[in-house]
Unconditional design. Structure first.
Lengths: 259, 259
């Protein structure tokens, strides 16, 4: 999504050239290029699909069929992780607690199905500014409290610096999640201000904002975690630029600011 | 601030007419109208000043002198509460923990000064989307953890529904704060989406959003708290309308949605 302006073949070629070993994919461009064609494309390039984004949206509709489809797609793409964005409040609802319970219900249905296909579900807490319209799971602790109702190889969490950086309780939650083997994805974006209208597309390039990214990487790795680190930037400015240039810049920033 | 388009005399007259017993004032319009003149205006109208907004901004500058001035102003206006917005990260800083510690340092200096003048300091946690640029205190629990280092009659917290509604731990923090006599202000605004650019001026009119305001009132009052309830809306749309109409609408909404 960081370079959504790049068609998949160009993205895969650029990853190979830049030495990027893995890529997180989103369902929409995969569907557009074709699921089987995408699976072949990444396989032929020797590229790992670190995760598929996204299932979820459990709170506003009975999306179980579509989530089963997303699990199948993840399996076909050869990734072991499906990222879940849980969904916001149903229209007109003011019942946050109820919405959060519906997520647990949906996970109960989906976790066994995912497990049979070798796919782990990763609950992503989104920044509290998205609680109403995108995701009622707002903290890493909440996500983890949901995840621990299920086996660790079936349900875990996503640690995304953009969503959790402000939370003084997040470091302890990272330690708890890591110790339990429940960090199923680790994503980076920086926090910059002012936020754009709608707040969705303001995620900062690594190093442009106020998150201590290196400390977050060390914090996650200190739990024994050793997976791929994804960079997920929703940023109007980056999307308007040349995608290869943005990808190259992002790898440089990653080396300078994260490693 | 909800009707900042109203000059202070018009605001005070409208409060009297609408049966509003108390008003929260901001320092800027008070300074513009004159501190002594404002104190006389509200006193003559029999109106209570529920709080003065705001001191704080401890993290980016040594604002102690200005905060002492704010305490003096509060005392002159006859209010017992000065609301504190703590400040964001200093420019270029990525040290959230350090910024939070500086707030405690400033409170140590200011609390005795405020106590001698009969003014309580009220730490307002702001929504995490403001952590970088306005307030590194992002949850009620954090605010309370800071407050409890000082006597309850000197330092407490603000419960503002707009800032804490998403937080599953906020209800427990309300109970803890109330039991300790540390709820020094209670403010209402509703959460509406999409957020406007900059996120600051999108606070919804009561009932327009997804916060269960009545439940929050009951939750606060269940602790034994019985103070004035302030409605604090930063809203471009409301500011563009006739102030008397907005104030009247707000009192109606308060009766329908809060009481």
């Amino acid at each position: 999504m960081t370079v959504r302006q790049l068609p998949l073949p160009a993205l895969v070629a650029a990853c190979t050239r830049l030495g990027i070993p893995a890529v997180g994919l989103w369902r929409e461009p995969v569907a557009e290029y074709g699921l089987a064609a995408t699976a072949k494309l990444v396989r032929d390039a020797g590229l790992t699909v670190s995760s598929l984004c996204r299932g979820g949206f459990f709170t506003t509709a009975a999306n179980l069929d579509d989530n089963r489809l997303a699990i199948d797609e993840a399996a076909t793409l050869g990734t072991d992780t499906l990222v879940l964005v849980s969904g916001g409040l149903p229209p007109g609802s003011r019942d946050l607690t109820g919405a959060r319970e519906r997520i647990a219900d949906a996970l109960s249905e989906l976790a066994p199905y995912a497990g049979e296909r070798g796919v782990r579900l990763a609950i992503e807490p989104l920044h509290p500014m998205f609680a109403a319209d995108r995701c009622v799971v707002s903290t890493l602790s909440q996500a983890l409290d949901l995840a621990v109702r299920f086996p660790a190889d079936l349900v875990g969490v996503v640690v995304d610096t953009y969503h959790v950086w402000w939370d003084d309780r997040a470091p302890a939650a990272v330690a708890r999640a890591g110790a339990a083997g429940r960090i199923h994805a680790f994503q980076l974006a920086d926090w910059t201000t002012p936020l754009p209208a709608g707040a969705l597309t303001g995620r900062g390039q690594l190093g442009d904002g106020c998150i201590d990214l290196r400390t977050w990487r060390r914090r996650v790795e200190a739990t024994g975690w050793s997976g791929f680190i994804e960079v997920e930037l929703f940023n109007d400015g980056l999307w308007e630029r040349d995608g290869l240039e943005v990808l190259s810049e992002t790898t440089s920033r990653f080396r300078e600011r994260v490693l």
